[in-house]
Structure formats: structure tokens, C-alpha cells
Ligand binder design. Structure first.
Ligand code: PLP
Length: 404
């Protein structure tokens, strides 16, 4: 157990025990939207599939069929979390692949019907850059604006739908500002207008309840490493009957729709992590929400010029995005890192030539404001003590940066 400034940081991993900042040996991890640690239960479930049960799931003998059974059990577990059929779950390498597959294969498969799709200005690059690709191939993409909360206008969505619109792809929850869309209303419009509805639920799955049937979702992307599963694994839910075909050609895995030898340990670990996330969802979400709201209150009342970006009411439980007016967030991120605190700058990337985040610009921030934003995302192990320490550190560093 480590004591820092009078606070006990009990049970926290300290990365590689590297020496951080002023000789401190701890890590306060507030970047769970970037990735989560793999749950010990998921690691334990995966372990046998590396050495003792390494059979290829496509082989006919019993040793391989045991792997096949593990994959199919995992498929059922994941399907149960969404109340869908196991045959509607396709394993992929993660959120990026699922998003690419959903958009490219659907637009191609339905191109005889129409070449137009609708998305938003605040999607992850896995959607945004896929739309760019589609545009170059002659498809038309309408990007909906969002309000200051980061929510789309349902009227605008309805007006954007044309006779040749094939697909609506709108993320369930945003990765930068945590805004949750009105999924039920969007799905209702898509169904009424006869348009397919895909959602990038990479940040939402395992964090908040998802109602595939009630939201009329036709396709949904998720990524294991965002819900305490291993990296390099994810899935695409595809409603039965969709014409969408394979994007990766080869063997007959995943019902011939996604070729490649199955990542058995990854799939098993992801299913275990999904099961745990859904079991603990209510408890974790209410804890994170409580800690988040206290942290927002303290930061916004105790640090001059600091304010919350995005929605108060429609926000992922663990997400805070704060604009510290008058400072450069990239400098603050580096200084926090020296103190052993991991957070993310609001801008999309951190290189010297980084453009301000398209999400922060879309909710109406100026370039200077967008460059002053920090994203902190809590996890199931984040403690009040860690946040108190982070608050104290933030107060000190913001003051220093403003003077400098
Ligand atoms: N979509 C969203 C909303 C994300 O936040 C991310 C990752 O941050 C992705 C897609 C990509 O997922 P993956 O890292 O599994 O490729």
C-alpha cells in the first residue's frame, strides 16, 4: 500500500514500477476511454487457451473442437448481453474493424438501392475516415451537426434522409465528451424511413444499458479493451437477414463472413469481461457517476476558468471533459504525467501539428478552447483518494501554467 500526501492509494498497479515524477512509485490511471486494464478473471479465462488448449477452432478433431466450443460459448455469452441470437455476433479484431466492416460492406452490398449514408460530425476516426474512403469511391455522406451538448437534432436527421439513403451510422456514446445520443428516437426514425441503423457502441458497451431491439439497431460495433477485456478483439452485431458481406476474404470462419483463424484466447477473455461488465454495470456506473459529479463540482468551483464540456445529463458515467481556459492542455498532460497521473488532451492527436479535436470544434469551442481541454475517464477501480490527489495536483499545475 502506498501513501501519497496522506492518501492511501490502496491496491493500485504502478505500471512497470517505473519511477514517476518526483520519485513517486504509483500510477493514477484516468484514461479508461483509451483502454482499460484486462480484468484478472478475463486473464484467467484466457490462460489455458495459450498453452494447454491451443487447438485451431476450425480443425475436426476433439482438441480443436474444444477451442470451437469455447468460441461458441463466448458468442452465446456476448449475444446474451444484447438479447440477440449468437448467429448475429461476428468476432473481429476490435472496434476499428467492426466499424469499417459495417460501413464499407453495407454501402457496397446495397449500392444498387442507393449510395447515400448519414453520420455525425463527432464520430471516432474509425467511422470518419471510413466515410472519407467511401466518398472517394463515389458514395455520398451527410455529416450531421451537434448542439453544445454533443447531441444531434432529430429533425435534422429526418430531413437528411433521402430516397437513396441506405445507412445511418451514429455513435451511441462519444469517446471524447461522453455524450450519449437518444438512441431510441434515432432508431425509431431509421425504422420508419426504412433505413439501416449502425451504431458505434465502442464506448457504451459494458458501461450503460443497450437495447438493440428497442433501439431498432441493425448493426453494432464493440471493442473488448474498452470493457476490461484483452486488446485486439471485438465484435460486430449484425441483424439476421442483412445482405452485408465479408470484408476479409479467406477461410470459412465466422459463417464465411469474416475469414481468419479465430483469436480463441482473445474471444474467451472478451466474453468473460463482457459478462462481468454487465453483472457489475449498475454498481460501477453509480459509483463512477458519484465520483465524476463530485470531481466536476470541485474542479469547476475551485479552479478559476474551468468548465465542463458536453452534456450534464446525457453523459457516460466515467467521463469528464474539462476546459481549463488559458492553458495548453498538452502541457498539462505532460506535467500530470510527471506526477504519475494519466489523462488525455482533448485534441484528437498530440503531435506538434495537431488539429484541434473535431469533436470539440463541433460542440462550438474555438481552437484555443479546444486546445485547453482535458479528458479524464474513470474506471471501476478509480478511488475517491486518487481523485482528491488529482484535484490538488490540477489546482497547483493550472496555477503554475497560467503564471508561466
Ligand atoms: N470507436 C470509438 C468510439 C472508440 O473510442 C474507439 C477507440 O478508442 C474505436 C472506435 C476503435 O476501437 P479499437 O481501438 O478497438 O480499434
Amino acid at each position: 500500500m502506498k501513501r501519497v500526501a496522506g492518501l492511501e492509494l490502496a491496491g493500485r498497479q504502478n505500471g512497470d514500477d517505473r519511477q514517476i515524477g518526483r520519485g513517486k512509485l504509483f500510477l493514477i490511471y484516468l484514461d479508461h476511454a483509451a483502454t482499460t486494464p484486462t480484468a484478472p478473471e478475463a486473464r484467467a479465462a484466457m490462460e489455458p487457451y495459450y498453452d494447454r488448449r491451443y487447438g485451431n477452432a476450425s480443425t475436426p478433431y476433439e482438441f480443436g473442437q474444444k477451442s470451437k466450443k469455447a468460441v461458441e460459448d463466448a458468442r452465446r455469452t456476448i449475444a446474451d448481453t444484447l438479447h440477440v441470437q449468437p448467429s448475429e455476433i461476428y468476432f473481429t479484431s476490435g472496434g476499428t474493424e467492426s466499424d469499417n466492416w459495417a460501413l464499407k460492406a453495407t454501402m457496397e452490398a446495397y449500392s444498387g438501392f442507393g449510395r447515400h449514408m448519414i453520420t455525425t460530425k463527432i464520430e471516432h476516426h474509425a467511422i470518419g475516415n471510413t466515410c472519407e474512403y467511401l466518398r472517394k469511391r463515389g458514395f455520398e455522406v451527410t455529416e450531421l451537426s451537434v448542439d453544445r451538448d454533443g447531441r444531434i437534432s432529430l429533425e435534422q436527421l429526418e430531413h437528411a434522409i433521402r430516397p437513396d439513403t441506405v445507412l445511418i451510422s451514429i455513435m451511441c456514446a462519444n469517446n471524447e465528451i461522453g455524450t450519449i445520443q437518444d438512441m431510441k428516437a434515432i432508431g425509431e426514425i431509421a425504422k420508419r424511413k426504412g433505413v439501416l441503423f449502425h451504431t458505434d457502441a465502442v464506448q457504451a458497451y459494458g458501461q450503460i444499458p443497450i437495447d438493440v431491439a428497442g433501439w431498432n439497431v441493425d448493426m453494432l460495433s464493440a471493442s473488448s479493451h474498452k470493457f476490461y477485456g484483452p486488446k485486439g478483439c471485438g465484435f460486430l452485431y449484425m441483424k439476421q437477414g442483412l445482405r452485408t458481406e465479408s470484408m476479409i476474404h479467406g477461410g470459412a470462419q465466422e459463417s464465411g463472413r469474416r475469414a481468419g483463424t479465430e483469436n480463441v484466447p482473445g474471444i474467451v477473455g472478451m466474453a468473460k469481461a463482457a459478462e462481468l461488465s454487465f453483472q457489475r454495470m449498475e454498481e460501477t456506473a453509480s459509483r463512477e457517476r458519484y465520483l465524476r459529479d463530485r470531481m466536476i463540482h470541485h474542479i469547476c468551483t475551485e479552479i478559476p476558468g474551468a468548465y465542463l464540456v458536453g452534456s450534464f445529463d446525457h453523459r457516460l458515467p466515467g467521463n469528464l471533459n474539462i476546459c481549463f481556459q488559458g492553458i495548453e492542455a498538452s502541457n498539462l498532460v505532460l506535467l500530470l504525467d510527471e506526477e504519475g497521473i494519466c489523462v488525455s488532451a482533448g485534441s484528437a492527436c498530440n503531435s506538434a501539428s495537431a488539429e484541434p479535436s473535431h469533436v470539440l470544434k463541433a460542440v462550438g469551442l474555438s481552437d484555443a478552447q479546444a486546445y485547453a481541454c482535458i479528458r479524464m475517464t474513470l474506471g471501476r477501480d478509480t478511488s475517491a483518494a486518487e481523485l482528491q490527489y488529482t484535484l490538488r495536483t490540477l489546482k497547483r499545475l493550472v496555477k503554475t501554467l497560467k503564471k508561466g
